[in-house]
Design a protein around this ligand. Structure first.
Ligand SMILES: Nc1ncnc2c1ncn2[C@@H]1O[C@H](COP(=O)(O)OP(=O)(O)OP(=O)(O)O)[C@@H](O)[C@H]1O
Ligand SMILES: [Mg+2]
Length: 231
């Protein structure tokens, strides 16, 4: 994926200054930065969920800029902030929604199997309502539902939000597994140290601007990372 001069605004307020942003084949790219930095806005701009300008190309062809459904059907799938699962519906129903347009029963089963392999806990809870699951399980469900759409690139907005460190580690580990299987990932995270362990590259945003592109191998310490944040 290659974004050039991508910017976004809410009404008159520019929330993201023009940014160049790349995700190579098989890469996991982290987007870091404090509250209000523009991280979610960047993901929304890629999807076309917010008024934006600039270009985004994916797998060699331009993505439509004002048509989130068309962008999603190109395999660009977002796991939004707050997960966006349907609480009163069961785990099974939520997963099925991820592949609602798919007719092929075998392909559907293949996708279910893959999700259950990554998140065995979902398989044990297929009949449970999504809203009655723990925060970590709900995040697993949100990722599982995204995978049911068979993404070509997966965008995640703070999957660790509100989760205990152990659950966060489990989820980030699974994202690492997915990425190593070849799926490109864009991971918005506030927990920079954990994200940097997985990332091939990180973009640091602050106040709606790109302030640094970080090579995780060059970050030696938390102090150094803090310098980026407060630069
Ligand atoms: N719907 C909206 N209408 C107006 N302004 C918005 C809207 N959504 C976000 N903003 C503003 O855009 C800026 C960037 O917000 P964004 O949600 O992208 O930040 P973020 O980095 O994702 O923060 P957080 O870590 O808190 O999720 C903020 O100043 C925010 O107030
Ligand atoms: Mg956000």
């Amino acid at each position: 994926m290659e974004a050039r001069n991508l910017s976004a605004r809410y009404g008159q307020v520019q929330a993201l200054a023009p940014i160049d942003f790349q995700v190579g084949a098989g890469e996991l790219v982290a987007v870091l930065g404090p509250n209000g930095a523009g991280k979610s806005t960047l993901l929304r701009a890629i999807l076309g969920l917010v008024t934006n300008a600039g270009e985004v190309a994916f797998m060699g062809a331009a993505l439509p800029r004002r048509n989130p459904v068309a962008v999603a059907s190109r395999g660009v799938v977002l796991v939004p902030e707050g997960r966006g699962i349907f609480g009163p519906m069961t785990v099974m129903e939520n997963l099925e929604l991820g592949a609602y347009r798919l007719k092929d029963r075998h392909e559907r089963q293949r996708r279910f199997d893959r999700v259950f392999e990554l998140f065995p806990r979902l398989k044990e809870r297929l009949g449970q309502t999504a809203g009655s699951m723990s925060g970590g399980e709900q995040q697993m469900l949100a990722i599982g539902r995204a995978l049911m759409a068979d993404p070509k690139i997966l965008l995640l907005d703070e999957p660790s939000l509100g989760l205990a460190p152990r659950v966060t580690d489990e989820i980030l580990e699974t994202l690492g597994v997915l990425n190593r299987s070849g799926l490109p990932v864009v991971l918005v995270e506030q927990r920079a140290p954990q994200a940097l362990k997985l990332a091939h590259r990180a973009y640091l945003l602050s106040l709606g601007r790109l302030v640094a592109v970080i090579d995780p191998r060059e970050v030696q310490s938390h102090d150094q990372l803090a310098q980026y944040y407060f630069a």
